[in-house]
Design a protein around this ligand. Sequence first.
Ligand code: SF4
Length: 110
Amino acid sequence: MKLAIIRCMQTEDFCPGTSDFKAIQNKTGVFEGVEEDIQLIGFTNCGGCPGKKVVLRVRELLKRGADTIAFATCIQKGAPIGYPCPFAGKMKALVEKEAGEGVKILDYTH
Ligand code: SF4
């Protein structure tokens, strides 16, 4: 799996992504049951509210070989401060459209 993670720009000040890296390393959370090696090819943020720049981020991640794009848990679940992204649905639709059918989209990481 060539994985790219997109996180919430607003949450970066609260979280350096440690739980994402642990989930990849230990194959827990959304990565439980993944048998192939997981290669992290990018870890970027959404580009800031209201999330429109995520399209540009996805483009760059795809150029670099991502076959799976995960939204970090901060976006849809609101970790670690209990504040989910109000634009998560629209952002997911943009990512799906940009990535196309061959790319797997994951809604959270851990
Ligand atoms: S659009 Fe959502 S994910 Fe991006 S910075 Fe704003 S709240 Fe965070």
